[in-house]
Design a protein around this ligand. Structure first.
Ligand SMILES: Cc1cc2nc3c(=O)[nH]c(=O)nc-3n(C[C@H](O)[C@H](O)[C@H](O)COP(=O)(O)OP(=O)(O)OC[C@H]3O[C@@H](n4cnc5c(N)ncnc54)[C@H](O)[C@@H]3O)c2cc1C
Length: 311
């Protein structure tokens, strides 16, 4: 249990650091506003740096003062529980300066929209990320978990990546990172500030056509305009079929628990509905899926969505 004195001391430290570094600091925000599932509890502080240097200095100063923090991009891969989260969110959404293109390279900050980067690159005749166009997050969120779709993963095109170390922006080779299936070797406490991607020159029309084809397939097979976090579970190496098909075969599409529903369009998507939906509803439904799959197939599904606990 954190005492009132400790909380007051921490709050004063955050206010001082944010004012000195000129970082916007907000109170009273909720995960329900900041994540695509639109559920989740209160956050003590949301801090929004606007450039990479400011972000690096911010997390260094927070660490020096023992203030716990977590990075958040668009919140499209996070299910935060309904409790009160007593840490600072470092939101990267304002780190969105225009990307800088030079030949077949592009340097981009962590808060830039991944779909926008895909479109910008395609227009310049640069291939390598056109399949990622429908992933509704930031570049930083994609780098963190090696986002991928339609045979492409962001990790394969990363030449260098900029991270916050000791209050500064440090550039490391992409080859130093392990890029695995929806997982990387980055450790908690690492803040990703941006990256330089090495793309391939190609025909703009062909690249755009591939981008459109991927988008059409996504629209046809996934629920759009809904409150989701994409695929809830990873595909299981032990299963010959994808997780969505496995859940569908169990007849679970459309199952509802409170304000959470297994999408009738794609069984690996849990969507939330209504003002009363809670993170606990989505979590209960997800655990029910895991139990059924374990019981019927002996497979332990691994979450693709990140579960953030307030405890
Ligand atoms: C409709 C829909 C479809 C989707 N389809 C796909 C898909 O096809 N393929 C796929 O891979 N994903 C998919 N996703 C999931 C999600 O969009 C991706 O994981 C995306 O890359 C997350 O980016 P974000 O900015 O929203 O990250 P967030 O959800 O904000 O964060 C995710 C994780 O990354 C960390 N993080 C974010 N930014 C940083 C940073 N700058 N430094 C350090 N850590 C950071 C966070 O702390 C958190 O741990 C989909 C989601 C939705 C809603």
């Amino acid at each position: 249990m954190v005492s009132v004195e400790e909380t007051n001391g921490r709050d004063a430290a955050i206010e001082e650091v944010a004012a000195r570094l000129r970082v916007r600091a907000e109170r009273g925000r909720r995960f329900a506003e900041l994540t695509s599932l639109r559920v989740g509890g209160a956050i003590d502080w949301v801090l929004s740096p606007e450039n990479e240097g400011q972000a690096a200095a911010l997390v260094y100063e927070l660490e020096q003062r023992g203030v716990a923090w977590r990075p958040l991009g668009s919140g499209s891969n996070v299910l935060a529980d309904d409790g009160a989260h007593h840490y600072a969110i470092v939101s990267l959404k304002e780190l969105k300066a225009d990307p800088v293109f030079a030949g077949d390279r592009v340097s981009v900050s962590a808060g830039y929209s991944l779909p926008r980067l895909c479109i910008d690159s395609a227009r310049r005749g640069l291939a390598g990320i056109e399949g990622l166009n429908g992933i509704p997050g930031t570049v930083g969120g994609a780098l963190w978990m090696n986002a991928g779709a339609y045979g492409q993963e962001i990790g394969t095109v990363v030449e260098t990546i900029r991270v916050a170390r000791g209050g500064r922006v440090v550039e490391i080779p992409g080859a130093d990172v392990s890029w695995n299936y929806r997982h990387t070797s980055f450790q908690d406490g690492e803040l990703l500030l941006g990256a330089t991607l090495l793309l391939r020159e190609g025909d703009p029309e062909e690249i755009s056509a591939r981008m459109e084809a991927a988008k059409s397939e996504r629209m046809a097979t996934q629920p759009h305009g809904t409150r989701s976090a994409g695929c809830f579970f990873k595909n299981a190496p032990a299963s010959p079929v994808g997780t969505g098909k496995m859940i569908d075969d169990l007849g679970m599409k459309g199952t509802r628990r409170g304000g959470a529903v297994i999408s009738p369009k794609h069984a690996n998507f849990i969507v939330t509905e209504g003002d009363d939906a809670r993170a606990a509803d989505a979590l209960a439904l997800a655990e029910e899926i895991r139990e059924r799959v374990k019981h019927e197939h002996g497979i332990e599904l691994e979450y693709e969505v990140e579960l953030w606990s307030s405890k």
